[in-house]
Design a protein around this ligand. Structure first.
Ligand SMILES: [Zn+2]
Length: 252
């Protein structure tokens, strides 16, 4: 098992209520097991664009009622995994990150001071909210790390930023080229129990079960017989690796 040099603080910026869990839930569990702290920012509940089953079952409902339902689902998943979640309620489809919203992200980053940020990838033409989340997160992280940009608050370093899966089942169409795999085999059951909390998106468990198997197959290929991976989550590094030696695959 790889042991962290110090407990990490992880910030996940999620466009909608479920994205953080489906795309990085397994990785978050593994960090939590090592004493890490996780804060999830849900920019929206996904009330309009990512709640198909809710609207199928409640065609005469209101957006506010849908938000309440989605908030309960996301909170249940967060409680199950033990992560802290904050709902910013910025409205989805379309999500528009204006100056004050980006500034709020900067303020949260300067207050929380994460070691690692997880968020959406840049290319997701079927889901402009995800692209908007990516742009706002990178913009906020770069502002929070710039000396002098916020004279009353010491600047933060730019954390390691990893981008998670784009919209499934189109990651190749979205030009999502992962370069990092996390083995989540030992926590897959717990992750999927949390994913099942999102009843308004009943397609998620099968999507992300298939995805974990496919990513694990790819990861196993790169292990070249050293280890087989059962289920994995895939990420793309946004920030480059910096260290005293080249980063190499570690056996665990
Ligand atoms: Zn989403």
């Amino acid at each position: 098992m790889i042991v962290m040099s110090h407990p990490k603080k992880i910030l996940v910026v999620s466009g909608h209520g479920a994205d953080w869990c489906t795309r990085s839930g397994g990785t978050l569990i593994k960090y939590l097991q090592q004493g890490a702290q996780v804060l999830v920012l849900a920019l929206t509940y996904g009330e309009r664009g990512e709640s198909p089953e809710y609207w199928r079952q409640n065609p005469n409902s209101t957006v506010e009622e849908c938000k309440q339902c989605r908030r309960k689902e996301a909170q249940a998943a967060a409680d199950m995994l033990g992560v802290q979640i904050q709902f910013l309620d910025y409205n989805d489809y379309p999500l528009v990150m204006d100056m004050s919203r980006v500034q709020n992200l900067i303020d949260i980053m300067l207050d929380y001071r994460p070691d690692i940020i997880l968020t959406h990838s840049s290319g997701d033409p079927l889901n402009a909210d995800h692209e908007e989340t990516f742009k706002a997160t990178i913009r906020a992280a770069s502002c929070a790390g710039m000396l002098g940009a916020h004279p009353n608050t010491p600047n933060h370093f730019i954390p390691d930023i990893f981008l998670f899966e784009s919209s499934l089942p189109h990651p190749e169409f979205n030009n999502f080229k992962m370069d990092t795999y996390v083995d989540i085999s030992d926590v897959m059951d717990k992750k999927m129990a949390a994913v099942a909390c999102f009843a308004s998106q009943p397609q998620l468990p099968s999507y992300y079960t298939d995805c974990a198997a496919r990513r694990a197959e790819q990861a196993t290929n790169w292990m070249r017989g050293r280890k087989a991976v059962g289920q994995a989550e895939g990420f793309k590094r946004y920030t480059p690796f910096v260290g005293p030696l080249l980063p190499t695959i570690e056996l665990w």
